[in-house]
Write a protein of this length. Structure first.
Length: 468
């Protein structure tokens, strides 16, 4: 990454340049995706001629997005407070003159800045984290708001994940150096180094996909929506899987659930008994295929093809757009290749997820466990979804090593979020703030002392931002 507006920075004192870069970068990262979504939606509506009304909502929405990013309790101010507090406290800390520019001074200054900058974000109210309850008082029944914490959980988990990556990476580097020097490095060490990022990604994806099927409220709404679009699954099938999991649908027992998949049977022109858990034990795998026939392998191939086309139509325009800065034949060729590789990765991910379900419930599960009614219930109550979750993430092997690293670090915080409540009591918020402050201090200190240890784009980005 090149420095942000180097000419404009010349009028800014060197000590304040990191603050300027952080604010501009925070503003761009918080408003950019929303502006892109707004633009794409607007163009789509124009093509469909939906917005022929005189009151076009595009410009009011554009103004709201641009203005909203400037609010005090937003992400840009948080970035500026974090970076500015870290660099300015370290440079002017009157309490630690002996430790000036030492690791401890850097860690402490970042810890303090991270604590108060996160508090700034947490101070903004959000309707999603406020409940209104009616309570009895001596003067009658009144409605009182209850604020919940957790609004900044994704940001905190991102920091924790990055800090763990730094610490574990440093420890592993020292171990590898010792074993290499003594000639004790084994094939296991090489395998761990090679497959670590792929294992992080596949494990994280397994947790995310499991949550998406059974506990979607543990995922961010936008992330949930994106997975739903990519997976292109009939909602009735998702509901059936959840009801099998929680005992509302039981094979061989009339629980009044036959109507759920009866609608799918009518949509895809199947016999109605396909959707009756009393008559179909288990449900035919054709239901999982959603109209592509009975063959599980053909369904997997068709899933790959459809997902590839869907992803390619998204990735290619974005990658071509990035080449406009320095357009050339090689840049366009690389954009097409990168789009094709990423699309193949996503297509394989989706195909493996569905095929893992089919393998468990049709190809392997019945042959290993049997075909009794209790076994069919057990398979469709979680084992089949578990098979898909365990398999899908290994599609990351299609990507190059650098891309695997970025993808693993991208999904790991979201996977951790599925193991924690998205809302929790306000009195416990200090624990999250402490974890964020300590983790950010570790990452910033490492950027200052050993920048190559903070892997991926984030390391390069922080090095540029913090450089005075």
């Amino acid at each position: 990454m090149q420095q942000l507006s180097p000419r404009s920075e010349q009028v800014i004192p060197p000590a304040l340049r990191p603050v300027f870069r952080a604010y501009v970068l925070g503003y761009a990262s918080s408003t950019g995706p929303r502006l892109l979504t707004l633009l794409l939606t607007h163009l789509s509506r124009r093509r469909k001629k939906v917005d022929e009304e005189p009151d076009d909502p595009f410009f009011p929405a554009l103004f709201r997005i641009l203005k909203g990013g400037l609010e005090f309790q937003r992400f840009p101010t948080f970035c500026a407070a974090l970076v500015g507090g870290s660099t300015l406290l370290q440079a002017r800390d009157p309490l630690l003159p002996i430790l000036h520019k030492s690791k401890l001074a850097r860690w402490l200054s970042t810890f303090i800045a991270a604590w108060f900058s996160l508090k700034l974000l947490q101070s903004k109210d959000s309707d999603a984290f406020v409940d209104h309850v009616t309570v009895d008082t001596p003067t009658g029944r009144v409605e009182r708001p209850i604020r919940w914490a957790g609004r900044t959980m994704d940001l905190s988990l991102f920091a924790v994940t990055r800090a763990l990556d730094v610490i574990i990476g440093e420890l592993w580097s020292h171990r590898r150096a010792r074993r290499t020097g003594s000639g004790k490095r084994s094939t296991t060490d090489v395998a761990v180094s090679t497959l670590a990022d792929s294992l992080i990604f596949s494990t994280s994806c397994a947790l995310i996909m499991w949550a998406w099927i059974y506990t979607p409220d543990r995922l961010p709404r936008s992330y949930n929506k994106w997975i739903k679009s990519a997976a292109a699954v009939d909602q009735r099938l998702l509901i059936a899987l959840r009801r099998c999991r929680y005992g509302e649908i039981k094979y061989g027992v009339e629980t009044g659930q036959a109507h759920l998949l009866a609608g799918m049977c009518k949509t895809y022109h199947w016999p109605l008994e396909y959707g009756d858990p009393v008559k179909s034990i288990p449900y035919p795998c054709e239901i999982v295929h959603m109209g592509t026939g009975k063959n599980c392998e053909y369904h997997a191939v068709s899933r790959f093809a459809r997902s590839f086309v869907w992803a390619f139509s998204t990735y290619l325009p974005l990658n071509i757009l990035l080449t406009l800065r320095k357009p050339s034949k090689n840049a366009i060729t690389n954009a097409v290749k990168s789009s094709a590789r990423s699309s193949a990765f996503l297509g394989t991910f989706i195909a493996l997820f569905y095929y893992g379900i089919c393998l468990t419930r049709t190809r392997i599960g019945p042959r290993v466990l049997g075909t009794s009614t209790p076994v069919c219930q057990q398979i469709d109550s979680g084992m089949c979804v578990g098979g898909g979750c365990a398999l899908c993430g290994w599609s990351v092997l299609i990507e190059n090593a650098g891309r695997r690293k970025e993808l693993g670090l991208f999904v790991a915080p979201r996977a951790l979020a599925t193991l924690l409540p998205r809302r929790y009591l306000m009195e416990d918020q200090w624990k999250e703030t402490l974890a964020f402050a300590m983790s950010t201090a570790v990452v910033f200190t490492c950027v200052g002392e050993k920048p190559q240890r903070v892997r991926g784009v984030l390391g390069k980005l922080l090095h540029e931002v913090l450089n005075q």
